[in-house]
Design a protein around this ligand. Structure first.
Ligand code: GUN
Length: 284
């Protein structure tokens, strides 16, 4: 029997836990967790994502600011906004929605976020702590942490598993690699450049696909009984959303599989909310 991993249900449960923590922080410490989201330009997907982030934050009782800039904004103006929120004690989390217009220096902006407010975990200080598996509290990529939550919900253990990740992004694949290694999984990173990619996908107990290619993975590339996590969201000409995995085909062999939509997607926002409250608690 194949389990279809229910990201919406797990995200809802996580949001309920987050709401309870928000209420407790307010009641016991008088702290309202606050998030500032910076959006540059009008990329349609980014507009929808940032609106959903703001709505969810408000629903959970947090303070939420959506700071919008036109697409030709200068680097200095965005930097100024980041410095402003770095110094605002009512803001615990700062997120710059990606992708940014080409004229902006993304690295400089991410590095300008105070590490203790870097809710995406993209700042090199937080990336380094994750890479080194340091003890203590620090934020990590929300999508990667959300995938770990899904895996823990459906698998007894991650230790010892062979994991193949297709993709090399700083947003998801690289931080996920570190999270998995830190839990004693054996992780193989591959990409669309990899020779004989099927060799690696067929050996995976857990296959994570973040390649950005619709319906790339078919059942003959997947080990029977594998857990398949699809990070892809591709809008087709008919407006349908599909993942990087051919869901109907692969579900015949996988033991656990995420759908698109309703798998990884809802976990990103729920984890962002969870991590905003983490930051408010860690830095109070
Ligand atoms: N754009 C797409 N996914 C993400 C994400 O997780 N964080 C940010 N900041 N931008 C994104």
């Amino acid at each position: 029997m194949t389990n279809v991993i229910n990201g919406r249900k797990i995200a809802k449960q996580l949001n309920q836990e987050t709401k309870t923590r928000v209420d407790k922080l307010k009641k016991e410490k008088g702290i309202i967790p606050g998030i500032a989201v910076i959006l540059v330009g009008d990329n349609p997907a980014s507009v929808i994502y940032t609106r959903n982030k703001q709505r969810t934050a408000e629903k959970l009782g947090m303070k939420s600011i959506l700071k919008k800039f036109p697409k030709d904004v200068s680097q200095a103006e965005v930097l100024q906004a980041i410095h402003h929120y770095n110094n605002d004690p009512t803001i615990h989390a700062i997120l710059i929605q990606l992708p940014l217009p080409k004229h902006l220096n993304q690295t400089e902006l991410i590095e300008a976020i105070a590490p203790e407010k870097d809710v995406d975990g993209f700042n090199s200080k937080n990336v380094g702590k994750l890479y080194n598996n340091e003890d203590g509290h620090y934020p990590v990529s929300c999508t990667s942490r959300g995938i770990m939550t899904l895996l823990h919900s459906y698998l007894d253990k991650i230790e010892g598993k062979n994991v193949t990740i297709i993709g090399r992004s700083i947003l998801v694949s690289r931080p996920l690699q570190s999270l998995l290694i830190n839990e004693n999984a054996t992780v193989t990173m591959v990409s669309l450049h990899t020779d004989n990619i099927d060799y690696y996908t067929k050996h995976a107990d857990i296959l994570v696909v973040a390649a950005g290619k619709p319906n790339l993975i078919k059942k003959d590339q997947v080990k029977a009984g594998a857990t398949v996590i699809d990070v892809g969201i591709n809008r087709m000409a008919n407006h349908h959303l599909v993942g990087d995995v051919d869901f109907d085909d692969v579900k015949e062999v996988a033991e656990n599989i995420t759908p698109v939509p309703g798998g990884v997607g809802p976990m990103t926002i729920a984890t962002l909310m969870q991590q905003t409250v983490d930051l408010a608690e860690w830095n109070k």
